[in-house]
Each structure stands twice: as structure tokens, then as C-alpha cells.
Design a protein around this ligand. Structure first.
Ligand code: SF4
Ligand code: SF4
Length: 164
């Protein structure tokens, strides 16, 4: 299903507080079988959300780049890891992560929402939005942040609200 980012942002404004509170309760008191439920809901979500009509993560957030990611992507461009960092990244001292300097991500093709380095993209991008990452309870804080950016995360929380 095509993502309408405008109506998504409106829904976020109305519901994000309630959804974050809901996730907070799950974090404090995780229901039995939470990881199994997350797996089931993850499959449902991807039948309903088409990332290529969205790309909001690539437009408005930065992935974290591990040392391995930096080496791999720099090799792809035939430059050194340091040249790669200088050109596109900064070091976030608080979280101790390498991040994109600018947004949208420099590797996003804005004409078709495709990643121009898909085969070598950072692991963080490959796993995003980590909906069925185990244990789910350890990723609740990530989902709480992502509700505001990612329609798939939003849909997952909506489904959890109706199924729990
Ligand atoms: S590297 Fe690719 S998948 Fe990752 S944020 Fe940039 S465009 Fe998106
Ligand atoms: S992962 Fe989320 S934010 Fe990124 S393209 Fe898919 S639905 Fe959009």
C-alpha cells in the first residue's frame, strides 16, 4: 500500500503521545509471548506498507555507520574510510556513533526513493525499523522514537494496541 506522508504526519501529531505511553507500559510489564506477536505483526505490516512510496527514514533520519559499514562503503567508492568520513559523516560524541552530516541521506535517489548503495548499505538501514528484533522489550525505546518517522512502526503499534 502506498504511504501518504502528509496524512501520516497528521496522525502522528494526534496519536504519538498515547502510542508512546502504550509502549512504555509494555516495556515495564511485557506481556507473555511478545516476541511471537511482534513476528506475526511484522508480517502483517509489510503487506500493508510500501517503503518505496515512503523513504521517510532516509529523508529525515540518519543511520548509524559502524566501522565495518564505513570500510565496506568506502571500498565501494574506491576511497579510504577517512575520506569517506570527511566527505559525509560526523561523530556524535553523545551516542558515540558515526552519522550522516546531512539529510536526506546523500545516497537516496529522490526521484525513485531507492538507495543508490543498496548492496553495501549500513547494517542499520538493512535492519530498519527493527520490528521483530529480539527481545522486543529491549527495542521499545527505539520504537518510541521511530513512531514519529516511520509509518511501518506506527502501524505495528496500532496493531499491538488492538491485539493486546
Ligand atoms: S544508505 Fe541508503 S538505505 Fe541507508 S539511509 Fe541512506 S539511502 Fe537510506
Ligand atoms: S522503514 Fe519506515 S520510514 Fe523507512 S521507508 Fe519503510 S515505512 Fe518509511
Amino acid at each position: 500500500m502506498q504511504v501518504n506522508l502528509r496524512s501520516f504526519k497528521q496522525k502522528v501529531r494526534y496519536h504519538q503521545k498515547t502510542m508512546k505511553r502504550f509502549l512504555g507500559k509494555i516495556e515495564k510489564n511485557p506481556p507473555k509471548g511478545l516476541d511471537k506477536l511482534a513476528e506475526k505483526i511484522d508480517a502483517e505490516v509489510w503487506k500493508e506498507v510500501d517503503c518505496l512510496s515512503c523513504a521517510n527514514c532516509c529523508k529525515s533520519m540518519s543511520p548509524t555507520f559502524t566501522t565495518k559499514d564505513i570500510k565496506r562503503i568506502a571500498a565501494h567508492f574506491e576511497i579510504t574510510p577517512n575520506e569517506f568520513k570527511e566527505k559525509w559523516l560526523f561523530f556524535d560524541k553523545k551516542d558515540k556513533d558515526w552519522m550522516n552530516t546531512s539529510q536526506p541521506c546523500q545516497f537516496l535517489n529522490l526521484k525513485n526513493n531507492m538507495c543508490s548503495i543498496y548492496e553495501v548499505r549500513p547494517d542499520d538501514c538493512a535492519g530498519f525499523p527493527h520490528l521483530k528484533k529480539k527481545k522486543m522489550v529491549e527495542y521499545i525505546h527505539v520504537h518510541q522514537q521511530n513512531i514519529s518517522y516511520c509509518p511501518a512502526t506506527y502501524k505495528m503499534v496500532e496493531k499491538m494496541q488492538s491485539q493486546l
